[in-house]
Ligand binder design. Structure first.
Ligand SMILES: Cc1ncc(COP(=O)(O)O)c(C=O)c1O
Length: 435
């Protein structure tokens, strides 16, 4: 069977709105450490980790063995109607790590469901279906989470169970507040919040749900401290703060364990997904007991927090903490961001090299303008693949290269990937200016 056959079969049977990366899509058939191998036998260094999900890497013995031990019991599923030891243990760890006092945890299968659950709790707690969201956000693919997704390209329906009012993100490069000096942007964002509350909402508002760093949005974020400044206003009204840590959690940003910690504030609820299962379907919400308990009927997830995914989750979290991968993210991320800034940061077509830890973006523009250059980003993306490196794409205009390698990335691998990135960016930028 060739990959071409698989591609034709894929296109014949799967919907076209579920896009494939690359002009010549890849079938990944095996992986080890930070490397994957495709059906043609070509090996790639993986700087995207299945969208920041293979957080520890591939074929990690401690995780494989934990899952195998659970499989060997004969129990893959029991339902949450019975006690699940692995689930309780993982909930205890996450509650402790969350930084949220008297925390409770509810497990789901995806980030979408985690955000949906957080919205259920917040709207019931506050007896309001008014929600604040941030422009350029992504929160999932259910009606409510699409409804708070501020990116038309990822919001596939206008049906919305919530009444949503939109805040400026305060990011540095785009949007109204980007015109202001960094020092003024927090005040302006707070003014925007006050104005939105006064003009676009009525009565009680349930929550503000926001990503500390916008993932799909291209790894952009407002100034550090923005969440705390927003929360001061939210507190005046009793409005809850929900931090979507689906991409920013577990130490990926290097400087902190959670993205919210860059803001000097603790959220009422926090949602997590992706990396905690290292590929197993595991996600959830952790939050203040009072808010978590605000669910006025039975609510249960058949597969959420099942014995297999929580066995994986415990092994992932133990590995992460035992090996201090947050520190590794800071160390290897610095090699990448410093190296990229030095080598390509000065190019006319590079608007910004940005990132924290192992969450890094390069934004491409037409030289000398702020006009997004998605074609150049796509060219660099393909050139990276040709050079043996998998990366991601994103941003509202598809002009951002995104890197989110496994947190186990070694310094040598960081340098190896950096060299491929620099070569791809330089050669595509040179081609773009050649008439
Ligand atoms: C910040 C954020 N929230 C929520 C989601 C949705 O997660 P899932 O695809 O697991 O439903 C994603 C997925 O990319 C995300 O990046």
């Amino acid at each position: 069977m060739t990959s071409d056959d698989l591609l034709a079969r894929h296109r014949a049977v799967l919907p076209s709105w579920m896009p494939l990366y690359y002009a010549d899509p890849i079938e990944v058939v095996s992986g080890e450490g930070r490397r994957v191998t495709d059906a043609q036998g070509r090996t790639y260094l993986d700087f995207f980790g299945g969208v920041l999900t293979n957080m520890i890497g591939y074929d990690i013995a401690e995780i494989r063995e934990a899952v195998q031990r659970q499989l060997a019991t004969g129990i893959v599923h029991t339902s949450t109607l019975y006690l699940i030891r692995q689930q309780v243990e993982l909930a205890e760890k996450i509650a402790r790590l969350s930084g949220i006092p008297d925390a409770r945890v509810f497990f789901t299968n995806s980030g979408t469901e985690a955000n949906e659950a957080a919205l259920l709790m917040a709207t019931n707690y506050r007896r309001s279906h008014q929600v604040l969201a941030v422009r350029n956000s992504y929160h999932g693919r259910s009606y409510a989470t699409m409804g708070i997704t501020g990116n038309r390209g990822w919001s596939a329906s206008q049906l919305n169970p919530l009444q949503v009012a939109w805040l400026h993100s305060g990011e540095r490069l785009r949007g109204l507040l980007s015109r202001l000096p960094e020092a003024d942007r927090i005040d302006a964002a707070v003014e925007d919040l006050r104005e939105v509350l006064a003009t676009q909402t009525s009565g009680d508002v349930a929550c503000l749900l926001a990503e500390p760093i916008q993932g799909v949005g291209g790894f952009v974020h407002g100034p550090d401290g923005l969440f705390a400044a927003w929360k001061k206003v939210l507190d005046e009204h009793g409005i809850l703060l929900v931090s979507d840590e689906v991409q920013t959690g577990w130490g990926r940003t290097g400087e902190h364990f959670w993205g919210y910690q860059a803001h000097g504030v603790t959220p009422d609820l926090l949602t997590f997904a992706k990396g905690i299962g290292n590929g197993f379907a595991l996600a959830g919400v952790v939050g203040r007991a009072e808010v978590m308990e605000a669910v006025p009927a039975i609510s249960f997830s058949t597969f959420g927090g099942n014995p297999i995914s929580t066995a994986a989750g415990n092994a992932v979290l133990d590995y992460l903490l035992d090996h201090d991968l947050q520190a590794n993210a800071a160390r290897t991320g610095a090699i990448l961001v410093d190296g990229l800034r030095a080598a390509v940061g000065g190019l006319d077509c590079v608007a910004e090299v940005r990132g924290k830890g192992l969450m890094l973006g390069v934004e491409f523009v037409r030289p000398g303008t702020a006009e997004p250059d998605a074609a150049l980003a796509a060219g660099v993306f393909e050139a990276c693949r040709a050079g043996g490196l998998l990366v991601g794409k994103g941003g509202l205009y598809g002009n951002v290269l995104r890197m989110g390698p496994p947190l186990t990335l070694t310094e040598d691998e960081a340098r190896e990937g950096l060299a491929i990135l620099v070569e791809a960016i330089r050669s595509c930028a040179a081609e773009a200016v050649t008439p």
